[in-house]
Design a binder for this molecule. Structure first.
Ligand code: PGA
Length: 253
């Protein structure tokens, strides 16, 4: 039985004072959500403070990006060992904003996934199609290609040491969510694709849904058999919304 997992992605939002309040509120409101895993991926400058806030709490810590190199002359970049230094457990790789706005290719994302594993982090591999690709009937082809680049790099069984997040680009930050049936169809297609390579990995790997998940749609999404939780952007910036999403994951598990 796969455990439900809810990860907040704060993106480039936050501030020291507001973070402290948000974290305190989230921690107190999710105290009843036992049996599921919860984490927040915060901007790099706030990792230290957030790690202190979350010390001993059931809410884990993650980062939003990683450089594929271990150290060296890469101005502005952050390595896996640095993230470990700040108690990160998760790191997002291949978020559509990184792919689209910062030109990250499937191969670079795969290198980041591998670097995260080598550092002892749990990478969250984001995959998803644009609206044009969906309309052209290319959804499965796109997400399979994104996944295959990682499989080529690390081998299929290492997918179990990470998490997959299906995030249709057209649903991110738009208020437009994939319907539970639309999301489930892609999650199942991803799991079947992995199953053809390794059935154990297919059964074990968590596949999260992301894209305008909110308190009022989380339960129906998380109740689908192949949706193992969510990657939450906008709603993770509000303690009421984020904790309601977490409690929906508990209700669905
Ligand atoms: P959203 O973002 O929940 O605001 O749509 C999700 C994400 O980008 O991970």
């Amino acid at each position: 039985m796969r455990k439900k997992l809810v990860i907040g992605n704060w993106k480039m939002n936050g501030g020291r004072a507001t973070n402290a309040r948000l974290l305190a509120d989230v921690v107190s409101r999710v105290s009843g959500a036992d049996g599921i895993d919860i984490a927040v991926c915060v901007p790099f400058p706030y990792l230290g403070n957030t790690s202190q806030h979350l010390f001993g709490c059931r809410v884990g810590l993650g980062a939003q990006d990683i450089n594929e190199h271990e150290s060296g002359a890469f101005t502005g970049e952050v390595s896996g060992s640095m993230l470990i230094d700040f108690d990160c457990h998760f790191v997002l790789v291949g978020h559509s904003e990184r792919r689209d706005l910062f030109g990250e290719t499937n191969e670079r994302v795969a290198a980041k996934f591998e670097a995260a594993l080598k550092s002892g982090l749990e990478p969250v591999l984001c995959v998803g199609e644009t609206l044009a690709q969906r309309n052209a009937g290319q959804t499965n082809e796109v997400v399979f290609e994104q996944l295959q680049a990682v499989v080529d790099r690390v081998g299929v069984s290492r997918l179990q040491d990470g998490v997959i997040a299906y995030e249709p680009v057209w649903a991110i930050g738009t208020g437009e969510t994939a319907s539970p049936a639309q999301a489930q169809a892609v999650h199942l297609a991803l799991r079947d694709y992995i199953r053809a390579l390794d059935s154990q990995t297919a059964n074990d790997v968590q596949i999260l849904y992301g894209g305008s998940v909110k308190a009022d749609n989380a339960l129906s999404l998380f109740s689908e058999p192949d949706i193992d939780g969510g990657l939450i952007g906008g709603a993770s910036l509000d303690a009421d919304s984020f904790s309601a999403v977490c409690l929906s994951a508990k209700a669905a598990s």
